[in-house]
Design a protein around this ligand. Structure first.
Ligand code: SAM
Length: 283
């Protein structure tokens, strides 16, 4: 569709009109650069006619990019003034395009209009990982997506075992599918300018989930314990979970994981095997 994207002047006008003071608490840094928007839409591979969910549309920079690719957009925004303005902005700059605005906290959403197949968002920094995991968990229709996050967080999401930044977000993300970084974004494309750089992260959901909800919970519990004390061996860090270190050693053996292993070297399959052992131990 023929859509006008927002640049610095439009963002400034909208912010002035709304008397908007962007808040840090809500991670409100708006993209003022149309090229960045085009890049995100391209990397995401958005196709005409498909339903895309966007978390935190803000003033609509990315929303308009998604609509220009003829996607049907469901946008979830916590800030009432922004949610209200968004429909008006889209009516003006992208008339006839399909947008549904949901005014809610994305972390509390368990149902969405339509069945989004893709998630594309410039995520609010302070809740980026929980929001992403929440959506992967609650919306199995989501097959893939691209999110813009703080660089450090993006590298964690995409990290593999043995990497310095491999941790709990890396393993939890890997439960759902494969994650990779897809390009750096400088801080100057935002207003207000944040004090960190960003990175694009692309993901594809695995064809099959590794297990049911009880196994996921058990696995995530193991992961949280394993990285709570990252330099310890698993048999020590998991001792509280299994009762004592003799039991955690036995569980590791049952899972086929060396009892001297540390969390930072174990791939998601290993954590899942320990999660199974935890379920078995709890009867
Ligand atoms: N997508 C816009 C852009 O690229 O210019 C804005 C991105 S800004 C980094 C994050 C947006 O998420 C803000 O509009 C903020 O109000 C919204 N937000 C923050 N926490 C949220 C939550 N828990 N649920 C939904 N939206 C949230």
């Amino acid at each position: 569709a023929d859509v006008r994207l927002l640049g610095p002047a439009e963002i400034r006008d909208l912010a002035e009109m709304l008397d908007l003071q962007p808040t840090k608490k809500l991670g409100q840094n708006f993209v003022i650069d149309a090229n960045t928007v085009r890049r995100i839409v391209t990397v995401a591979g958005v196709r005409a006619g498909e339903t895309v969910v966007e978390i935190g549309p803000g003033l609509g920079s990315l929303t308009l990019g998604l609509l220009s690719a003829d996607a049907s957009v469901v946008a979830v925004e916590i800030d009432g003034r922004l949610a209200e303005q968004l429909s008006k902005t889209v009516q003006l700059l992208a008339p006839g395009c399909r947008l549904t605005v949901v005014h809610r906290d994305a972390l509390r959403i368990e149902e969405l209009p339509g069945e989004p197949v893709r998630l594309v968002a410039n995520l609010p920094y302070n809740v980026s990982v929980p929001v992403l995991l929440h959506f992967l968990e609650h919306f199995p229709s989501l097959r893939s997506g691209v999110v813009m996050v703080q660089a450090e967080v993006g590298h964690r999401l995409a990290a593999v075992p043995g990497s310095k930044v491999y941790g709990s977000p890396s393993v939890k993300a890997a439960w759902y599918g494969s994650f990779r970084t897809a390009g750096n974004v400088g801080r100057q494309v935002f207003w207000p300018v944040p004090n960190v750089d960003s990175v694009l992260v692309a993901f594809e959901r695995a064809d099959e989930q590794p297990g049911d909800e009880s196994l996921r919970r058990a696995t995530f519990e193991v992961v949280d314990h394993a990285f709570g004390q990252r330099r310890k061996m698993l048999r020590q860090s998991l001792a509280p979970l299994f009762g004592d270190s003799a039991r955690s050693s036995a569980a590791l053996e049952a899972a086929g994981v060396p009892t001297t292993a540390r969390g930072e070297e174990l791939e998601v399959g290993g954590f899942i095997a320990i999660g199974r052992a935890l379920l078995a131990a709890n009867g």
